[in-house]
Design a protein around this ligand. Sequence first.
Ligand SMILES: [Zn+2]
Ligand SMILES: [Zn+2]
Length: 250
Amino acid sequence: MPRNPDWTRDELILALDLFIDAKRKQLDSSDLRVIELSELLNRLPLHSGRPRASDFRNPNGVSMKLGNFLRIDPEYSGKGLARGNKLEQEVWDEFAGDLYRLRRVASNLRNSVQHVVAERQARYGSAVAEEEFPEGAILTRLHKVKERNPRAVEAKKQSVLQATGKLACEVCDFDFHMTYGELGANFAECHHQIPIAQLAPDYPTRVSDLSVVCANCHRMLHKSRPLLEVGELRAIVLQQAGHAASEHEA
Ligand SMILES: [Zn+2]
Ligand SMILES: [Zn+2]
């Protein structure tokens, strides 16, 4: 059975809101409010594409999370000093002292679920979504999954950093670190160059298949019809820069 993904910030905010609403008590798994939150968490599109066990965010798991908040709560005098994990503590520190904000954020989260789920379905189901490859939505998703392979992306960035000392866009030379300082350090996107028709689900992402690109150039690559290669888009960018320079002189 796959291990369930860790609780995200959004999920913990909803659980903390329930904990406060329950007068800082651990409700048990048969409580209607616990069951409702369990159902809501199962509808949230936060962990799509990741394996879920059959007990994913079940009422028992929700009740246990309330128990974690109970033990973080300084007003709790019961025995057992087990503390919550780092993210639970962070969410507590941020929201327990500002219950007005907690209430607002949690209710906004609940109200947005329907909208976000519907919007995703619309995009996934529509024939011509923006920046979808001609081969369709499924293979466009496969391309995106392949180029977001965290191990391959990190290896690619490290090898480029070692070779050139920076992560410049292969199309336009944009350098996130240079423009945004520390915030942009080690930041870049990677584009997968293998044509989508040849991309099979079991095809591993190799470092040599990836190109370092900035966010703008990456979108332009995905938008181009027929699909441009990195070198072809670079030629366009250089040509445009040449035009701009000569207009400036005139
Ligand atoms: Zn670029
Ligand atoms: Zn791409």
